[in-house]
Design a protein around this ligand. Structure first.
Ligand SMILES: Cc1cc2nc3c(=O)[nH]c(=O)nc-3n(C[C@H](O)[C@H](O)[C@H](O)COP(=O)(O)O)c2cc1C
Length: 252
């Protein structure tokens, strides 16, 4: 039996959450869906376990994450689905992920919606997952492992979400290069969708950019930012819905 930890995680919250859950499962193999070079011809076995995490973007699974799993062959493998979200809502994310994976013959046995610091508006869910979240995620994971070990028969997994899925057309905030760029090229190398030109680092293809914030997050010179004014306006709109404390949810 192999355990696979699979994630699309531009700013690492989803990766950290998925790895927190994986702690109960000893060794694991990592598959990074943000890697543009990923060869996605993975064939899993029924006895394997996949823990698959994505961030919620507009209540949906980022489409690039789905594209990178297109060639996956589940063969009945047990899958634990994880959606991280920035304290607003995850709407159809888990349901969409479940449907996509079920079509590829994954046996979705559990789902987790986990709160993480908002990767655009960091004032929401700041510092989460915190120690209490990590403990809870660990407890969730033990319950799932118990279910697997006892081969408990259960009802088909019912995850929240609605058809048709929410419409999501991206966010109108695109990172730009400000003063201080050292031309190190890390942003272009690591961009999950290749939106930054390798030869002209100041050039971003806004049609490709998914505002995942990876370039802003990893720039060593802090030279990539989004418009402060637009960020303030967006934050004001979101304040009410994002400010109250929300909990992680387990579906099993
Ligand atoms: C483009 C974009 C859209 C987002 N949409 C939502 C959303 O609809 N609801 C929400 O609660 N958080 C939203 N977030 C916040 C992320 O879901 C959250 O911060 C996530 O943990 C980021 O994952 P990562 O660190 O693995 O990249 C969004 C973030 C981005 C970058």
């Amino acid at each position: 039996m192999s355990v696979y930890v699979i994630y699309f995680s531009p700013t690492k919250s989803t990766e950290n959450i998925v790895k927190e859950i994986a702690k109960s499962f000893e060794d694991y193999i990592e598959i990074d869906l943000a890697n543009r070079e990923l060869n996605s011809n993975f064939i899993f076995n029924k006895n394997d376990i996949c823990i698959i995490g994505v961030p919620s973007y507009g209540g949906r699974v980022p489409s690039v994450a789905l594209e990178r799993m297109n060639e996956f062959k589940g063969n009945g493998v047990s899958a634990i689905l994880v959606a991280s979200y920035g304290n607003r809502a995850y709407e159809d994310t888990l349901k969409e992920l479940q449907e996509y994976l079920t079509q590829r013959n994954f046996n979705c046995i559990a789902g987790i919606a986990a709160i993480a610091e908002h990767s655009i508006m960091h004032q929401f869910a700041t510092g989460r997952p915190d120690d209490a979240d990590k403990k809870e995620l660990g407890d969730f994971s033990k319950r799932i492992l118990d279910k697997i070990n006892k081969s408990l028969k259960c009802e088909p997994l019912k995850l929240p979400g609605n058809y048709p899925y929410r419409e999501y057309n991206g966010v109108p905030l695109k990172p730009k290069v400000r003063k201080g760029c050292m031309n190190c090229g890390l942003c272009a190398k690591m961009c999950p969708v290749g939106a930054i030109s390798i030869t002209e680092l100041k050039k971003t293809d806004n049609a490709l950019c998914i505002t995942c914030m990876r370039c802003v997050d990893l720039c060593p010179a802090k030279a990539r930012t989004v418009s402060n004014l637009k960020l303030k306006i967006a934050s004001m709109k979101m304040k009410k819905v994002c400010s109250q404390h929300k909990g992680n949810e387990l579906f099993i």
